[in-house]
Design a binder for this molecule. Structure first.
Ligand SMILES: [Zn+2]
Ligand SMILES: [Zn+2]
Ligand SMILES: [Zn+2]
Length: 127
């Protein structure tokens, strides 16, 4: 999972990644393995708004960005500072322990695609 350098794996993606490495794993064994690693604190569950379970390696806190076009999930640095959380606690009377933001929009690759075409047509030649 770490080697692939991507975020918020679905169980199906994990199963496919294992299969690509020649590891035969059915869905339920992937499910059991991730559940155990989650209990041990090595993995955390990431809730995105696509209704699927995502898991990833527990590391430094970060938030996520999901591309509306290709569905790619990327890590983004956390913009919700401790000061902002404390201000929110003061304003609401809530005690905030954790958060996870899912930003949505268009990823660099998808933006680059249309920008690239614009550049090509403006220059009148393909690279
Ligand atoms: Zn992540
Ligand atoms: Zn995209
Ligand atoms: Zn955050």
């Amino acid at each position: 999972m770490a080697a692939r350098g991507r975020h918020a794996w679905t169980l199906e993606e994990l199963r496919q990644a294992l299969a690509a490495k020649g590891v035969r794993a059915d869905f339920s064994s992937v499910f059991r393995a991730t559940a155990r690693l989650e209990t041990e604190g090595a993995l955390r569950r990431v809730e995105l708004d696509d209704g699927r379970t995502h898991v990833e390696i527990q590391d430094e806190h970060h938030d996520h960005f999901r591309c509306e076009l290709c569905g790619e999930v990327l890590a983004v640095p956390c913009e919700a500072s401790g000061a902002a959380m404390r201000a929110l606690e003061d304003a609401t009377g809530l005690e905030i322990h954790d958060h996870h933001l899912v930003l949505t929009g268009v990823c660099q690759g998808c933006r680059g695609g249309s920008l690239g075409r614009l550049v090509v047509s403006a220059a009148g030649a393909a690279s």
